[in-house]
Write a protein that binds this ligand. Structure first.
Ligand code: UDX
Length: 458
């Protein structure tokens, strides 16, 4: 089949490449001409596992353009994959979806199915269909389908090709047959439902996962007080199939392009309809607090961060992506800098995006290796569980750092690996390992200025 994909962000580009991989011809449209030029040269514009090789493999089946009129003119199927970012009141900004729909209405000259993959508040797709039909220039039939995506960054290609389910919100037989045909070769379970239910499935799924994480984070916080171990708790809970093993990992909170915005958007919507979702509200509040948990822990060891040399490992909101949207690092670094800390930071791929918000300065140095980052540091914050960080030899922390106080927001290391080495290791929902006091090294409580470390610091 031939289809048009509009909006080439994480969802759009992955979808376009996967649709080509399944044998379709795909016209890819975006307003960003630099992105289009890069894609014409076969350069993947995002970091996503297996994307670059599938782009190369299917490049001949794909066309890239900024010319919307040309792309839509003969289209019979258009997938809208533009963003629905958060507005200041928490509701979803639908202006990009609306603009895409208007452009389709203006240019399409054939009967057409518009498939909305963007995450949209319940009822949006009904309005899109009304708006498109009201504005269409030519006498053609346009039907709108809601087809939310469930791809997670880092595994997005696999999540698309081997989707857990394909949700299709359709309102008539013609649209239903067209999208069933489009997804036939995927051979994945299909949930056929109304457009509104499809939109709700997406929000309910993301909100449920966000709640699961916030719940585990609260249990982890309690574990720290009652001397229980969150990893054992998660393992013990996960064997129950009704609970499941996934998304039980406690940490410093969820980030990314979906959970933060989708929880706020659903909460906003629930209030709008006078059905406040209190569970979602709690998940949001817990997450906001959790993001700053390491700073609170660090304050046990320093009264102020002024002139303290801090190593930061991991900047992205999770591993295997270069995305830093709503990453806990973004919430923490301004506080550390504001208090006068001297930061050495490292992320295997997130540096470029992070630099758009935090330029290199006297107080913030970007490092190229973990060893370089740790060199001379008095505290180490871990924000992302990159494999490279998890497999780092823990014995190097005391060797590289001036004082090895490690605050791990992602439980990257086993407690055993920290035993018998001169470090203080604080993680989430687990015992503190204190191999410094145990060795009679009481100097780990630094004064607010931390001047003694300046010689080794940036
Ligand atoms: C998520 C959904 O998983 C996906 O289905 C949806 O389409 C988009 O949103 P994504 O944001 O890419 O995907 O990442 P995900 O792996 O879900 O992680 C989101 C956040 O939750 C990350 O910050 C991650 O570190 C955190 N998380 C995840 C936890 O803190 N604990 C867990 O157990 C799982």
């Amino acid at each position: 089949m031939e289809l048009v994909v509009t909006g080439l962000g994480y969802v759009g580009l992955v979808t376009a490449v996967c649709m080509a991989e399944r044998g379709n011809t795909v016209v890819c449209v975006d307003v960003d001409d630099q992105k289009i030029e890069a894609l014409k040269r076969c350069e993947a514009t995002i970091f996503e596992k297996n994307l670059a090789c599938l782009l190369r493999k299917n490049h001949e089946k794909m066309r890239f353009t900024t010319d919307f009129a040309d792309a839509y003119r003969n289209a019979t199927m258009v997938m809208i994959c533009v963003g629905t970012p958060e507005r200041s009141d928490g509701s979803a900004d639908l202006s990009y979806v609306r603009r895409a729909a208007e452009q389709i209405a203006e240019h399409v000259e054939s009967d057409c199915i518009v498939i909305v993959k963007s995450t949209t508040p319940i009822g949006t797709n009904d309005k899109i269909e009304q708006a498109v039909r009201a504005r269409q220039k030519n006498n053609v039939r346009i039907d709108v389908v809601s087809n939310p995506e469930f791809l997670a960054q880092g595994t997005a290609v696999d999540n698309t090709l081997n989707a857990s389910r394909i949700v299709l919100g359709v309102e008539n037989e013609r649209a239903k047959q067209a999208v069933l045909e489009l997804y036939r070769d995927f051979e994945r379970p299909v949930v056929l439902t109304s457009r509104r239910s499809a939109e709700m499935i997406k929000y309910a799924s993301n909100n449920f996962l966000a709640m699961k994480i916030s719940f585990m984070n609260e249990i982890a916080n309690l574990c720290e007080k009652i001397d229980a171990d969150i990893e054992d708790i998660a393992a013990g809970m996960g064997f129950d199939e009704r609970i499941g093993k996934a998304f039980l990992n406690a940490g410093i909170g969820y980030g990314g392009s979906c959970f933060p915005k989708d929880t706020k958007a659903l909460y906003w919507l629930s209030n709008f309809h006078d059905r406040e979702l209190k569970t979602v509200k709690a998940a949001i509040e817990v997450n906001e607090r959790q993001k700053l948990k390491l700073i609170k822990k660090a304050k046990k060891y320093v009264s102020s961060f002024e002139d303290i040399c801090i190593a930061v490992l991991g900047l992205t909101f999770k591993p295997d992506t270069d995305d830093i949207r709503d990453a806990p690092s973004l919430a923490n670094l301004p506080i550390l800098l504001e208090e006068g800390a001297r930061l050495r930071v490292y992320d295997p791929v997130g540096e470029k995006n992070f630099k758009k918000f935090f330029a290199e300065s006297d107080a913030l140095r970007y490092c190229k290796t973990i060893d370089e980052t740790l060199s001379g540091a008095q505290l180490c914050f871990i924000f992302t569980q990159w494999e490279e960080i998890k497999s780092y030899d823990a014995r190097n922390f005391p060797a590289k750092m001036r004082r090895a106080i490690i605050l791990d927001g992602r439980n990257c290391f086993s407690l055993d690996s920290m035993k018998n080495i001169p470090v203080i290791y604080e993680s989430i929902g687990r015992k503190t390992v204190d191999g410094l006091s145990a060795r009679g090294n009481s100097k780990h409580l630094m004064d607010g200025k931390g001047r003694d470390a300046l010689d080794n610091c940036i």
